[in-house]
Design a binder for this molecule. Structure first.
Ligand code: SF4
Length: 299
């Protein structure tokens, strides 16, 4: 079975681009690789030389382009579909995007759905992946042959083979994402160190997907992932905890393990988790790596 893992041209439809392959697709690639399923990873959002990144303010001013894409009328969608069909796939797995363009009825999952509709016209099966499809399961169910709405986990392989619509739990603990099959795009610098979030902000999908549970990635998996990723993207990475200093014990374990590495990283937190002890703990993680300033950029 030839499978294409596709990141639709979300930002290219708005005149910008996103060169990094979505991490979800790299996890799916790892599971397919382990199952010896032939596949390629295509980032149709990749820019072509010299293209600039467009600031958010300008992006939101381009609502008409976004509307064209969400209605399936943007020419870049047809170009992406033609490119994908050139691989003669049996199944195309289409990432729904994250909450990058979160507007109801017009966000990234709608663009993914339009790509799906166009691909299916050629008789090729499509599967949408990503929690963003939870927003409106009714219409999305019509536009794909299957939808995998949960966090990515190993059951995606059975899901692809069985072709069903469903929701499976589980997170990729102990799994290192694979970028070996990327034919178009650049590996992501996002390294997942935990999955889920302890909070329940109403605008966020995390509480729905993870039920306010946080699962920490195995420390040895984080280190293996960072080592492999550093060879692809360099020593600067983005750590994927929703709230990096959430758990002091965990913070200390990571700090101890990262002590003799020369990685630099960025991470996120909430203001309520930025007490002095935690910032000092994060600083410590950074200082031990030879850094001079704070541990990361808390966003
Ligand atoms: S703290 Fe961040 S990740 Fe957690 S629920 Fe709120 S917005 Fe989502």
């Amino acid at each position: 079975m030839q499978v294409v893992l596709l990141q639709p041209p979300f930002f290219r439809c708005l005149g910008s681009h996103n060169n990094q392959v979505q991490l979800d697709l790299a996890y799916v690639s790892r599971f397919l690789d382990d199952a010896h399923i032939e596949h390629v990873v295509v980032n149709a959002d990749h820019g072509f030389g010299g293209q600039r990144y467009v600031p958010w303010r300008e992006l939101f001013e381009r609502e008409e382009s976004l509307r064209l894409a969400a209605d399936g009328e943007h020419p870049i969608l047809d170009e992406a579909v033609e490119y994908v069909l050139g691989f003669e796939p049996e199944v195309v797995v289409i990432a729904g995007g994250d909450t990058t363009i979160p507007t109801k009825n017009i966000g990234s999952p709608y663009i993914a759905a339009q790509v799906s509709k166009k691909i299916r016209k050629s008789g090729v099966r499509t599967v949408g992946i990503g929690p963003v499809f939870m927003k409106e399961t009714g219409p999305f169910a019509k536009w794909f042959d299957g939808i995998f709405m949960s966090a990515v986990n190993r059951s995606i392989v059975d899901f692809l083979v069985d072709n069903d619509i469903g929701f499976m739990g589980g997170v990729p603990v102990g799994v290192v994402p694979c970028f070996d099959h990327v034919v178009h795009g650049r590996p992501s610098d996002l390294v997942m160190t935990a999955f889920g979030c302890a909070h329940d902000c109403s605008f966020c999908l995390f509480p729905v997907v993870y039920s306010q549970n946080v699962t920490f990635q195995l420390v040895e998996t984080v280190l293996e992932d960072m080592e492999k990723r550093s060879k692809l993207v360099g020593n600067e990475m983005y750590l994927g905890d929703a709230i990096f200093p959430l758990n002091m014990r965990r913070l200390k374990v990571l700090a101890d393990e990262l002590e003799y590495t020369n990685y630099r990283f960025r991470c996120e937190s909430r203001v309520v988790h930025c007490g002095q002890a935690r910032i000092v703990g994060s600083d410590e993680a950074h200082r031990r790596q030879g850094g001079e300033g704070r541990a990361g950029e808390f966003g």
